[in-house]
Design a protein. Structure first.
Length: 597
């Protein structure tokens, strides 16, 4: 689409609406400027477009380009300084897309339904299954109280038993759930279960809900088909949720393509990057209330939402779930537990405050490590493959299955980690963001690190569906801040023991057979845009990607932090003695040029 020269894109977040302007200059697309304003979906404005106009007006002031006329975004462009050729938008305002899912077997069809909803950008409020351990009246009461935006019903393989999924349809009828938005409207229900049960489900639900029937999520035990359900979720999101939310009907008339849920757009960008570059990618967005994790391994996309892990509204939940000891182990000084809890309570009631001292910053970053670690653990439980089950089983046998497969998250096969969210993107020093990602995710072998500079991945995700080259160019040149590459051999040894030798040539570096001693961190200055050839020869059973004690030769890329040699082993273990632990943490911080409190 060479005729598209100016693109305006907004993301209506829960608290802030961000606008970016992209222009084609000298044959390539670049970010020109960014504006933001408070989101106005709630009282007293009750109109999301008020915040959109405010954010776009800031872009106008910074560029002297006219983008608004008669109280709306001006598209298409009229001349070089007036209007935009494309206007795109994403949204998570008003709580985003909130769903309940139901399936026959919790570890099979319900799990697949949850993955379908998460991949479509939803927050899954509840998972209901025949084997979830609750009485039927408890499930009915729970579904009635939730007030989700829509319900996804699945269950049974095609040609299999119908009785259980029909019972779930009757449960939904008995609960008579009401949608969160739009009083008087029938709640949308998507049926993506056994095709042989469609007519029975239709008879039960058609008059009570807005029923949409799509292909089965699990047509066979060894096959998962999430695409049709995700498309239906997106369509119903536009038809029902968007149209009932304050001001979205007006916004929908402005955009050049459909408004997309923010998490779905970020997921599209992750998939786009993974496909374009042939990479395995892990992305994380750590916000004030939730932490989203995205992964693409072998072309398979997964997304999870940890709704109780965030850095402001739910920061006390991080402390509760991780435990005080797990958090304070990352702090390079003694911490009074009462003061810690009180400071976090203050953060919860004043969510926009930022640390005012180095010690407060280090405590916040310690909590971020635990939020990221727990979010990844949650992600691993849902990012699983399917067992190729070839034998027939009864429903009773299926109910005993604990999990449908092993996690697809393979840290040794991971090529790129992308971090976003205030605590990562706005860390005072980029090395702090790199260390948080490495400590929390513990990548193995060779892994590139990056952060989203100003969180524009949602806008670029929807842009990737319209002008792919623009999304790719802006993502590469303006969105990503490349931190560098981490090399982390896997294994355990005694402190000070040589676990590998490393040679590095190129990018201004010339190391020959340099020993790596266990428990150490070292940063080599490999600047952004530079490459070097690394040869690492592990010892004592360590593995750098080709097997135990096997030599690895790779070309690595630099970044604003550089080349990080992580000889702390995997899994990463901190000393139990407080004094030794604090000394060790301070040594690691100093290795990255970071002072401790």
């Amino acid at each position: 689409m060479s005729e598209v020269r100016r693109i305006l894109a907004t993301d209506c977040g829960s608290t802030t609406t961000k606008a970016i302007l992209i222009e084609q200059r000298d044959g390539e697309y670049r970010l020109v400027v960014r504006g933001e304003a408070p989101t106005t979906v709630e009282a007293p404005f009750d109109d999301v477009t008020v915040g959109v106009i405010s954010a776009v007006r800031e872009v106008e002031e910074l560029t002297a380009c006219t983008l608004l006329r008669d109280g709306r975004v001006l598209t298409p462009a009229e001349d070089e300084g007036t209007g935009a050729d494309l206007y795109l938008s994403t949204s998570s305002a008003g709580g985003g897309l909130q769903m309940a899912v139901a399936g026959v077997v919790k570890a099979m069809t319900a799990e697949s339904a949850e993955r379908a909803a998460l991949g479509a950008g939803a927050i899954v409020m509840e998972v209901i299954a025949v084997d979830d351990g609750r009485e039927e009246h408890e499930r009915i009461a729970r579904l009635r109280d939730l007030r989700p935006d829509m319900v996804l019903l699945s269950g049974g393989t095609d040609g299999g038993t119908k009785i259980h999924v029909v019972e779930l349809a009757e449960l939904i009828l008995a609960a008579d759930p009401k949608p969160r938005l739009g009083i008087g409207f029938r709640i949308p229900v998507i049926y993506a279960g056994n095709r042989d049960a469609r007519e029975e489900v239709r008879k039960i639900l058609e008059k009570a809900v807005d029923l949409r029937i799509v292909d089965n999520i699990r047509p066979r035990l060894e096959v998962e088909n999430l695409g049709p359900a995700r498309e239906a979720i997106h369509e119903l999101f536009l038809e029902h949720v968007m149209q009932q939310a304050p001001g979205y009907g007006k916004l929908s008339s402005w955009v050049s393509t459909d408004i997309m849920p923010t998490p779905a757009a970020v997921g599209l960008m992750m998939q786009f990057v993974a496909e374009q570059r042939g990479l395995n990618v892990l992305g994380v967005d750590i916000g004030g209330a939730t932490t989203d994790v995205f992964s693409v391994f072998g072309g398979q996309f997964h997304r999870t939402v940890s709704a109780n892990l965030g850095m402001s509204y739910s920061i006390c939940n991080v402390l509760t779930e991780a435990g005080t000891a797990q958090v304070t182990r990352w702090v390079p000084f003694g911490v009074d537990e009462d003061l810690l809890r009180n400071s976090l309570r203050n953060k919860m009631i004043r969510p926009t405050t930022i640390p005012q001292s180095l010690s407060s910053l280090l405590i916040e970053q310690a909590l971020a490590r635990e939020a990221l670690r727990l979010a990844l653990e949650h992600h691993r439980t849902l990012a699983v493959g399917l067992k190729g089950i070839q034998i027939e089983r009864t429903i009773g046998e299926a109910l005993t299955q604990e999990r449908t497969g092993q996690t697809v998250v393979d840290m040794m096969a991971l090529d790129l980690i992308v971090g976003s969210g205030g605590v990562l993107s706005h860390a005072p020093r980029r090395a702090q963001a790199a260390l948080m990602l490495v400590d929390a995710f513990q990548p193995e072998g060779f892994t590139e690190l990056a952060v989203d500079s100003i969180f524009m991945m949602p806008q670029l995700g929807v842009l990737s569906q319209v002008v792919p080259e623009a999304a790719a160019q802006v993502f590469d040149r303006d969105c990503l801040i490349r931190l560098g590459t981490v090399i982390a051999p896997v294994g355990l040894a005694k402190p000070g023991e040589t676990i590998a030798t490393v040679s590095v040539e190129g990018g201004g570096l010339n190391l020959q057979e340099e020993p790596l001693t266990f428990g150490t961190l070292r940063v080599l200055p490999l600047p952004e845009g530079a490459t070097a050839q690394v040869t690492i020869h592990p010892q004592h059973g360590f593995d750098a990607g080709e097997g135990r004690n096997r030599r690895v030769v790779r070309t690595v890329t630099g970044g604003v932090v550089g080349l990080l040699l992580d000889a702390r082993g995997r899994p990463l273990c901190l000393p139990e003695n407080d004094r030794t632990r604090i000394e060790t943490l301070r040594t690691w911080l100093e290795a990255l040029g970071l002072g401790a409190a």
